[in-house]
Design a protein. Sequence first.
Lengths: 216, 372
Amino acid sequence: MLEIRYVWEWPVRITHWVNALCVVVLALTGFAIGTPILVAGDGSYVMGWVRFVHYVAAYAFTVSVLARFYWMFAGNHHASWRAFIPWTTAVGRRNFVKMLRYYTFTGKQISYEVGHNPVAALAYAGIFALFVFQIVSGFALYSQYNPGGFMAGLFAPLLNLVGNQWLRLGHHGVMWLLLGFFINHVYSGWLMDVKERNGTMSGIVSGYRFIEPRDL
Amino acid sequence: MNSEQIPEPISIPEEILQKWEAKGVSRRDFMKFCTAVTATLALPVSFIPQVAAAMDDQRLPVIWVEYQSCSGDSEAFLRANQPTAAEIILDVISLEYAEVVMAAAGHQAEQAKWAAMEKYKGKYLLIVEGSIPTGAGGAYCTVGGESAVDSAKKLIQNAAATITVGTCASFGGIPAAAPNPTGAVSVRELVPGAAIVNLPGCPVNAENLTATIVHFLTFGKLPAVDALGRPKFAYGKRIHDNCERRAHFDAGQYAEDFGDAAQRQGHCLYKLGCKGPETFHNCPTIRYNEGTSWPIMAGHGCIGCSEPGFWDTMTPFYRRLPQVPGFGIEATADKIGLGLVAATAAAFAAHGIASACRKGDAMESDKLKREE
């Protein structure tokens, strides 16, 4: 008998979509800052606005990622930080191998999960690390507009250790990694929506998934 | 502030002006010098008389040594400055040793250097130009049979203060660029914790060196520095934020090529690889050669010459981002990134086709009801 289960609580869904929107906006504006494709005539303020949107989106993204980190400790077990390190339990390890074998066409069985599948969960742990890198490197570069300021003082050790050009290159490169992840993420969601038939895609909108307990 | 308020008149005592006139420096030139230096140091105008008084004949002993350098900083100081400014500074200090300008040579010069060090122990100002090679036991640079490592250490430890001129002495510069064959280090790396002020730049801006010396003469100490040991008055702001072409950056007006109409109209050089957004220096306000010009004014992007890791991180000069390590010369971060994304898309498309053709791998398959 199929069960309707409430899996993704509202903070998970909201932060997911805020993150998605911010990543798209930040990638577009960030690319336009690195390679100014928007040009304009006298009296315009194109680059000024592009940078403004980038910085506003950056703050929104930071708040959203921090809120998600908070929810890793306050939310249900699907949202918990433990969900992102699947190999700590024997079941998690077994399901990880099972899912990896399914993805690589060496196994037939999907590791049927209520929350994240273990391979996806590990990918998300990596994505969160990249998010943190983007936030730290981004604000470090941003802080240079006011060298005497609080933010510059906060990031000075990092800037002096790594150098702003390598940070800039890293910030730029990780954008491409995130775009690669974006393709992977949408594809995997779609694939599981087709194969699992449990509302994977609508789950991140409504929060509900349809679970057959016998398959678990 | 009350607009009726009349500020205290600033005046330089008559006898100081007359003294300089007697030396052949006109009152006007001397006042200009004091005003310019006070402004460079970001001090209020009320400090002008104090600066003027400090220009008294103190005979501050100065030793200027060069190691792995091109003498470009000596040249910049001696030639680019207004003759009067160099005259004033050279009149106030006592240049005990300087390879480019001294008359003495050989053993005589060496003797003069060490005699000056002994005589003015703890009192002289040391100026170091060039990086110091530590490889091969210091054999890559020796002066008078003594390695740069040994002589620099001695001179720094006995100095009242040390000023490093140029990027090589401040951060290692070009000799320290990868693969750094001579193991070149900056002065601060050689003697950590010594009283050192870094004046990077390729070459050092003579105005900043003059101002730093005047600061030492006026207040008896080195100016306030940032985390990299650079005086805040000269390196406290980013070039990009004071750039005369900045309005074009914000507006979205960029030179696409050298010599195009946009470049001639003074549009932003960002797309030609300008490193103004990552470089901290007062070039836009002080400029070079008595305020005549500076690279961006002349139509060439900043190359970030005064930043640590210059050459390794600021090249290629005509691109915004450094080379991605491990990839070829022509591979930019964007080409690699685009390739990565295209490869991901292709891989998942293939995976999707293969998955669509799979049979018997779906869950709940037994419950699948066909809509007829």
